[in-house]
Write a protein that binds this ligand. Structure first.
Ligand code: G1P
Length: 301
């Protein structure tokens, strides 16, 4: 079973930093953002490979995951074994690549991996967000198991004035994740999805639950993406193909707390994520607070 990570975007929110390096390789502490997402993607039972949808403009992502033995040996010869191990670890992850060379939308990006999924259900993890405890996709897989292997997406409540930024679901709460006494829009509640709409106006939105960026989808979505026309913003939308999938298959949504994850989609969110990860790191916390100096007081840390 595969997990797909779309990573072909231009990274315009991070220009000029992303003029000649991929935004997916921006570090959070000492590791690139995309490695956190790859490690999260490999956590659910049965996932044995990650397909990164890249563009040919960003070969440095492939270079990062490729092995470089001379470099590792050089580090070892200087006694830097822990660093050599860290470099080696990235290249030992089961990562492969597919390509999207035209920015035609998320649905199109996912379809670029159609030949990689072996007609199995697969995960999609959007790459500008990662969940440090890696449990969100594991929980989604459990919901799917309880519902005969149906597609499952992660959703969360969003204020009415922000629905037009996201994909929004229609449906009703039908239960909860085992161990959760959740109802309605509470974390752990499980909804049966009856409709999906990409970037609706507040008046059109059928609920306040937005698609967070974690999907476990039936392989049938690929046939639908093959014929999916442009939708919101003139792009081929994954959400529109999922809406069509509902005609033939069931789909469920797990309500999650998005604050469990770390956003790296904008410079401010990325900076905050670095701060959060530094504060929870045994290695970096003390030095981080010292480096912050007076700014730590300003932040009331
Ligand atoms: C994409 C999806 C949207 C989802 C969002 C989550 O939108 O199309 O349904 O809610 O990611 O971040 P984008 O952020 O690419 O506009």
């Amino acid at each position: 079973m595969k997990a797909i990570i779309p990573a072909a975007g231009l990274g315009t929110r991070f220009l000029p930093a992303t003029k000649c390096s991929a935004k997916e390789l921006l570090p959070v502490l000492d590791k690139p953002v995309i490695q956190y997402v790859v490690e999260e993607a490999l956590e659910p039972e049965g996932v044995d490979g990650v397909v990164i949808i890249n563009s040919h403009e960003k070969p440095e992502i492939e270079r990062y995951f490729a092995s470089d033995e001379p470099f590792e040996q050089m580090l070892r010869s200087k006694g830097k074994d822990a660093l050599a191990d860290a470099v080696h670890e990235a290249s030992s992850l089961p990562v492969s690549f597919a390509y999207q060379d035209e920015p035609l939308g998320l649905g199109h990006a996912v379809y670029c991996a159609a030949n990689e999924i072996d007609d199995d259900p697969f995960f999609i993890l959007l790459g500008d967000y990662f969940v440090p405890d890696r449990q969100m996709c594991v929980n989604m897989a459990n919901v799917s198991k309880e519902h005969g292997g149906a597609s499952v997406i992660a959703v969360a409540p969003v204020p009415a004035d922000q629905v037009s930024r996201y994909g929004i679901i229609a449906g009703e709460c039908v239960g909860a994740l085992p161990g959760y006494d959740a109802q309605g829009e509470q974390e752990g509640a499980v909804w049966k999805v009856t409709g999906l709409v990409e970037k609706p106006s507040p008046e059109e939105a059928p609920s306040h639950l937005f698609i967070v960026g974690r999907y476990l989808l039936s392989p049938a979505i690929m046939d639908l993406l093959a014929t999916q026309g442009a939708g919101a913003g003139g792009e081929i939308q994954l959400t529109d193909a999922m809406e069509r999938l509902l005609e033939t298959e069931e789909m469920y949504a797990l309500v999650v707390d998005p604050a469990e994850g770390c956003d790296t989609g904008t410079p401010a969110a990325w900076a905050a994520t670095n701060a959060r990860m530094a504060l929870r790191s045994d290695t970096h916390r003390a030095a981080f607070l010292e480096e912050l100096g007076d700014a730590a007081r300003e932040l009331a840390l």
